[in-house]
Design a binder for this molecule. Structure first.
Ligand SMILES: *[C@@H]1O[C@H](CO)[C@@H](O)[C@H](O)[C@H]1NC(C)=O
Ligand SMILES: *[C@@H]1O[C@H](CO)[C@@H](O)[C@H](O)[C@H]1NC(C)=O
Ligand SMILES: *[C@@H]1O[C@H](CO)[C@@H](O)[C@H](O)[C@H]1NC(C)=O
Ligand SMILES: *[C@@H]1O[C@H](CO)[C@@H](O)[C@H](O)[C@H]1NC(C)=O
Ligand SMILES: *[C@@H]1O[C@H](CO)[C@@H](O)[C@H](O)[C@H]1NC(C)=O
Length: 254
């Protein structure tokens, strides 16, 4: 009899104390810092090495350390970053000396010109196109003309007029858009750089060709996985709710 009473008492204690203690442990770490989980960290070098092919651009970023500037800005969740990444075929379309002759500072400026120190989702380009030339990470004379014609987003930089052909990644604070030409500012190239003779078909040309028909409609279908794409923070909210549910479930199971 006494042992049964003890058993029940123990059970009751467990029932009462367990949820209380596990709540205490589970709740504060996940909910105390107000707005759910922070934005997902994006490693730009990793992203650019698997998407694309963007090896030429990535190699230049690495060689000049501009990758650190970009990553630092990507980590800065106040403003974020928007990067226009030319495909390897865009670089091979221009005669090699054009880039080989650049000083390290010119090369840095050229790379910095391919980014805006602020996150822009595709839908925000409409506003940008009406606001005149947009300043880039390169500052000073390095601005870009952005126009949005029903979703076809064109980027003008003196000698080059390119367009966004694909959204590689777009979740605040990081946007990476593929472009089909290297931006060529007059501040670096006093004359138009000569194009390579024949756009020799390379293995990476086939996805380009596949892009072409949809390219007319502006941003082609997703090249990367769909889960990587999001114009807003909505996926973040879902993650927040999911982790909340997971915590509730684990508490309930106890
Ligand atoms: C990046 O550059 C460093 C030298 O600055 C080099 O050691 C490293 O191998 C490079 N990494 C890649 C992925 O190219
Ligand atoms: C960016 O943030 C990551 C993760 O917090 C960190 O490992 C990395 O060193 C940071 N990089 C820069 C350039 O700030
Ligand atoms: C590159 O430099 C070489 C030698 O300095 C010069 O002859 C050539 O014209 C330059 N090419 C370009 C595209 O500027
Ligand atoms: C576009 O600009 C208008 C007025 O300047 C502003 O109210 C609106 O929020 C902006 N839209 C986007 C998507 O930034
Ligand atoms: C932007 O467009 C204006 C007007 O067409 C032009 O004068 C200017 O040179 C362009 N700037 C760039 C960087 O392409």
């Amino acid at each position: 009899m006494a042992s049964t009473a003890f058993f029940i008492a123990t059970l009751l204690t467990l029932c009462i104390s367990y949820p209380a203690t596990s709540q205490k442990i589970a709740s504060p770490p996940s909910f105390a810092p107000a707005p759910a989980p922070g934005p997902h960290f994006v490693n730009l070098a990793d992203l650019l090495s698997v998407a694309g092919p963007f090896h030429t651009f990535l190699n230049y970023l690495n060689q000049t350390q501009v990758i650190k500037t970009f990553q630092n800005q990507a980590n800065d969740t106040d403003q974020g970053i928007t990067i226009f990444v030319p495909k390897d075929s865009a670089f091979s379309a221009i005669k090699k000396p054009a880039f080989a002759n650049l000083t390290q500072d010119q090369l840095k400026s050229l790379l910095l010109l391919h980014a805006i120190p602020k996150y822009y989702s595709l839908s925000e380009f409409k506003n940008l196109s009406s606001s005149g030339p947009v300043n880039t990470f390169a500052g000073g004379p390095y601005a870009l003309n952005l126009t949005d014609a029903s979703g076809l987003i064109r980027i003008g930089s003196d000698w080059a007029n390119t367009k966004i052909t694909s959204s590689v990644y777009s979740t605040y604070p990081v946007a990476v858009y593929e472009v089909d030409k290297v931006l060529l500012p007059k501040a670096i190239f006093s004359v138009e750089p000569p194009m390579a003779p024949a756009p020799a078909p390379t293995p990476d040309e086939s996805p380009v060709a596949a892009d072409a028909p949809t390219g007319a409609k502006g941003v082609a279908g997703p090249k990367g996985s769909d889960s990587k794409k999001s114009d807003s923070g909505s996926s973040m909210v879902v993650v927040g709710v999911m982790s909340y549910l997971a915590v509730v479930a684990s508490v309930a199971m106890l």
